[in-house]
Design a binder for this molecule. Structure first.
Ligand code: CA
Length: 443
């Protein structure tokens, strides 16, 4: 079971890659996240890599050395490819063998150390691609604190819809516009209805926002018509990344009745390049964050394991650096932080609900957790909440104010897990800059 730590999580493990042993590294030998990379600006083929300290172990180069045998060798072959879909489709027991083999290979005692120094690429010299061909993207709404604070803005008398405590609410999103961290995008244009107006206006969004989310990459899929039971749902999860579900609030509020988000959400979704496996997160599991009187669940969404360790303790944060801050060499400023542990619905419940009617998930499908806000207003995972629906300005250290994002703003999501007795692990970052709307747009 992926929620039980094993020898690869031993905090005493050290790597022959010296930077992996620094106390402040996000990528100690206990993490071992996967990304698709190549040397920046090169014509090289993208391939799989493992983060270790400030380096990337090139898995295609490693595979040519033939260091493993059996299932681990088969998995390494899949991990060396330009996308992880084939790796993700492997049984979780095989992925566990690959992790154990990589952990031994990178350990200080490994006989491979001298040979493999040449197969390291500094992360600072790399560029990344999407980790998988993402066939489908589904965005959930698992933070009850986000649902409540947004609900209060639009339905003060009845902020939580009656279905919320019974099912993990979601909508089917757009997979083609998912982009990897570092890729800028243009402010979207579309229709919106100004307050008090009788007819819509067309032009660049005036209420562009971010959403602080966790992305979940589906591993092994299920056949059409064969739901994934809650008890084995986590065996279908490859790993987690950071996800910024950019949102044009003005477009969204005009178009979303009655069928939900469309252009307000489909112009860009940014994810971090590194996928932290569910197995790496085993030491950071936590009970489902619900009060004892709030635990009534339909059977297909309930299990002892979900109740005991359905949640994952992941500290999340959002920072903003405006164009002015960049010009003045000012660092990015933290806007808020929250924790994925507080999600009302767990990952296993997301998968069980998604498939209960027979829907098939595919290796490389991506699920968004929904904006992760905490109970305090300062822990909000979007500007919509921090600015109370755009009615209150935030004042930044630069003296600038924001209700929503301006052109040139760069938003960065980060995440890390820490617990006494275990090595701290990080997720890297998901970062992107807002470019002005295309010049021809809105004319
Ligand atoms: Ca979202």
């Amino acid at each position: 079971m992926s929620a039980v730590p094993n020898s690869t999580h031993d905090p005493a493990l050290r790597s022959w890659v010296a930077s992996a042993n620094q106390p402040d590294t996000e990528f100690p030998i206990q993490n071992l996240p996967f990304a698709i990379f190549r040397r920046a600006g090169s014509p090289e083929t993208y391939r799989g890599g493992i983060a270790i300290g400030d380096q990337i172990l090139d898995l295609r180069a490693l595979n040519l050395h033939g260091p493993f045998s059996g299932a681990a060798a088969e998995a390494l072959g899949a991990a060396a490819e330009p996308s992880f879909n084939r790796l993700m489709a492997l049984p979780d027991s095989v992925l566990t063998q690959l992790r154990a083999a990589l952990s031994k290979l990178l350990h200080t005692d490994s006989p491979w150390a001298a040979k493999l120094h040449a197969e390291l690429v500094p992360q600072s010299a790399a560029e990344f691609d999407l980790p998988a061909r993402i066939g489908n993207y589904t965005d959930f709404y698992t933070s009850i604190h986000h649902a409540l604070s947004v609900g209060r803005l639009f339905r003060p008398q009845n902020p939580l819809t009656p279905n919320y405590r019974w099912m993990p609410i979601a909508y089917h999103g757009r997979a083609s516009s998912i982009i990897v961290s570092g890729q800028a995008f243009h402010r979207p244009v579309g229709q919106s209805l100004p307050a008090g107006a009788e007819r819509p206006v067309f032009g660049p969004s005036q209420r562009l926002d971010y959403e602080l989310e966790v992305g979940v990459f589906v591993g092994r899929g299920n056949a059409l018509g064969a739901p994934i039971p809650i008890t084995s749902a986590e065996r279908h999860v490859f790993g987690l990344c950071l996800l910024n579900d950019w949102s044009a609030r003005d477009l969204q509020s005009w178009e979303a009745q009655p069928l939900g988000p469309f252009l307000g959400k489909n112009f860009a979704t940014t994810i971090s390049p590194w996928i932290v496996t569910l197995e790496a997160l085993a030491p950071f599991r936590a009970p489902l964050a619900r009060a004892p009187d709030d635990l009534e669940m339909l059977a297909y969404l309930d299990s002892p394991a979900v109740r005991q360790y359905g949640a994952i303790d992941i500290e999340l944060e959002v920072t903003l650096q405006t164009a002015d801050m960049r010009a003045r060499d000012m660092p990015a400023e933290r806007l808020s932080s929250s924790n994925f542990r507080r999600a009302y619905w767990s990952i296993a419940q997301m998968l069980a609900h998604h498939t209960v009617g027979g829907c098939n998930l595919l290796p490389g499908d991506l699920l968004g957790s929904g904006t992760q806000s905490g109970p305090a207003p300062a822990e909000a995972g979007s500007l919509l909440e921090l600015s109370v629906g755009g009615t209150k300005s935030l004042t930044l250290a630069s003296g600038e104010t924001r209700r929503f994002l301006a052109d040139g703003d760069c938003v960065t999501l980060r995440a890390a897990c820490s617990r006494d007795g275990y090595a701290r692990i990080g997720f890297g970052s998901a970062s992107a800059m807002v470019l002005p709307a295309h010049a021809s747009a809105g004319q």
